[in-house]
Design a protein around this ligand. Structure first.
Ligand code: ADP
Length: 576
């Protein structure tokens, strides 16, 4: 029959085993693998010290034996754990892991022998409880196993001293030097205390555990003073706090736990967010992360990611990371726009070349065809009939080539504006004559409306002004089938200068709103379906716009599709 007493003992042993396992898994969860050996060594030192306190307080052999057992729970592994910590931390010597396992098994067997030594004499030949000395204590008479274990402890303590001394002497870092001198002092003092108390004996008192605990305590307080000094732990903490990525930590129910500085810069309300409350943007952020979308917060762009802390089966919490990608996103957008523009330009160039060849071939074909006909039949009548046509086709070809030349000059910045004194009336006359010829037999009213008060003698580049007006008017003629075209010239005085205002209005086909912005760019021709019979290279307005800008002028287009357009410009000119 199991007694209640035995059940209690069993429960206590199970509970102790559970607590030991719990402590072990806590050790394993520590970030730095070697730190857990240091912690284990400290726990052992405390158990050893506690056992020795129990021995001091023991009033009878049974209590003293229990105290001895507690002492050995710590003593069995203390030096070993410390050596493993030192070796792993300093990486001075390397042993095969089987060696450590063997040592561990040896120490566990020794502990087992001590705990059961009431029933055998394998470890102690005799354990006599003596009432003399400072306090009643055991007088231990060990077997060979006892002395072997003492030797084992001696070797381990000596190893600690040697490693600590070696690092303290050789390391370059002053901080490391200080730390290892501390460890050396702790190891040497306990080693010496152990030997001295074995040899001399202080009336039954062994100061080893007290010295070891005191030195450990003092070193720990001096070294850390309650702060984390481990660089790896510090690196973890700092990297989290100072990361450029905003980090928001949620618990397993996705409620707010913590956030770093970057996250608080993005969402200032996080600084006051209560732990355990719902953060308002959680869903939105998780959605963006799930869809792998760039998220816009205010004026800036962010990449959002979301991951679970833990493994596939258990979630201990979640992290939302928000990284600012505004610069790269802007660059990507700019690049996409440039790419689009480059593609459009290249398309326009191809179109221009095709169109250009077509435009040049038409008058050339006419010239060659008419010349051949004239060759075959060289009567006066034929010549009179064909020569004007050959001339106008030649003129057309010349116009196209002049446009190309003008444009390439403008592109390479070689167009100069040469201001000279000129007569505005004469200049406008030439324009009107050219346009009258271009009107040919088109049934259009050509209205000319010139303010008679404009000063006649001006200083500017009249050839370029003619070119601009002829271009606007030629387009008006080309793109107007019926109705009128109108040239209006007006002016404003501006100090010693005047602003010459010219506008060309037509009742023609007009331009779609979306095309107006592109009119003055290179190679652009619009509404090709309706305009396919009209000759043109798409260069005219590009050259005109360039000339107006060179003259410090401005231009403007108003148009209604299907109803007509007005092209106007304002050019500053000096009064002669
Ligand atoms: P093009 O040699 O084709 O006339 P421009 O640069 O002079 O080249 O004109 C570019 C395009 O602008 C033309 O193809 C035409 O679609 C449009 N455009 C120019 N002027 C007018 C206008 N007065 N009415 C309607 N469309 C016009």
């Amino acid at each position: 029959m199991i007694t209640a007493y035995q059940i209690v003992i069993i429960i206590q042993i199970v509970a102790l085993a559970a607590a030991m396992f719990g402590t072990y898994s806590l050790f394993c969860s520590m970030l730095r693998p070697e730190s857990k050996y240091l912690l284990a060594a400290c726990v052992c030192a405390v158990a050893y010290g506690l056992g020795y306190l129990m021995e001091i307080l023991a009033k009878n052999p049974d209590m003293a034996f229990d105290a001895l057992c507690v002492q050995y729970c710590g003593l069995a592994y203390l030096a070993f754990m410390f050596v493993v910590y030192l070796i792993r931390y300093t990486r001075i010597i390397r042993f095969h892991s089987a060696f450590w396992k063997l040592v561990f098994v040896y120490e566990t067997i020794t502990l087992g022998l001590v705990l059961t030594s009431r029933y055998h004499h394998l470890y102690y030949r005799a354990l006599t409880f003596e009432e003399n000395g400072i306090f009643p204590h055991f007088h231990e008479q060990g077997t060979i196993l006892f002395y072997l274990f003492m030797g084992h402890l001696g070797i381990l303590s000596f190893t600690c001293c040697v490693i600590a001394l070696r690092v303290a002497l050789t390391t370059a870092s002053a901080k490391r030097k200080r730390a290892f001198w501390g460890i050396f002092v702790a190891a040497v003092s306990s080693f010496v205390a152990m030997i001295v108390s074995t040899m001399v004996g202080f009336e039954g008192y062994e100061p080893t555990s007290a010295i070891l605990l005191l030195v450990l305590g003092v070193i720990a307080v001096v070294k850390t003073a309650g702060r984390t000094t481990d660089p790896v732990e510090l690196a973890y903490a700092h990297s989290y706090q100072r990361a450029k990525v905003g980090l928001i930590v949620l618990n397993e129910e996705r409620c707010y736990l913590d956030s770093n500085l970057s996250a608080q810069q993005i969402y200032p309300e996080l600084a006051k967010q209560d732990v355990g409350s719902n953060f308002a943007h959680t869903e939105e952020l998780m959605d963006a992360a799930g869809r792998n979308e760039v998220m816009q917060i205010g004026e800036r762009y962010y990449n959002v990611y979301f991951y679970q802390l833990g493994d596939e089966k258990v979630a201990y919490g979640y992290v939302i990371g928000v990284s600012d990608i505004t610069e790269s996103e802007m660059r990507a957008r700019e690049f996409a726009e440039l790419k689009k523009a480059a593609e459009e330009a290249s398309e326009a160039k191809s179109y221009f070349l095709a169109n250009m060849s077509h435009e040049m071939r038409t008058p050339l074909n006419a010239i060659i065809g008419l010349a051949e006909l004239a060759q075959k039949d060289d009567s006066e009548n034929t010549k009179k009939e064909y020569l004007p046509q050959i001339l106008s086709s030649g003129q057309m070809l010349l116009d196209i080539i002049s446009d190309v030349l003008d444009f390439s000059k403008a592109e390479s910045g070689k167009v100069d504006i040469i201001p000279e004194e000129y007569d505005l009336g004469e200049c406008l006359n030439t324009v009107i004559n050219v346009i009258n010829i271009r009107l040919g037999d088109k049934d259009l009213d050509f209205i000319v409306d010139i303010d008679p008060t404009i000063p006649d003698r001006l200083i500017g580049d009249d050839a370029r002004i003619r070119q601009i007006l002829i271009n606007f008017l030629t387009n008006a003629v080309k793109y107007t089938d019926s109705g009128f075209i109108r040239l209006a010239i007006d002016w404003d005085k501006l100090g010693s200068e005047l602003l010459l205002k010219a506008s060309v209005t037509d009742s023609g086909r007009g331009i779609k709103q979306e095309d107006i912005g592109k009119l003055f760019s290179v190679f652009s021709r619009f509404d090709l379906k309706n305009n396919r019979n009209i000759q043109g290279t798409g260069l005219g307005l590009a050259i005109t716009g360039h000339l107006i800008k060179l003259m410090n002028g401005t231009y403007r287009v108003e148009s209604e599709y299907g109803k007509g357009s007005t092209f106007s410009c304002i050019l500053p000119q000096k009064i002669a």
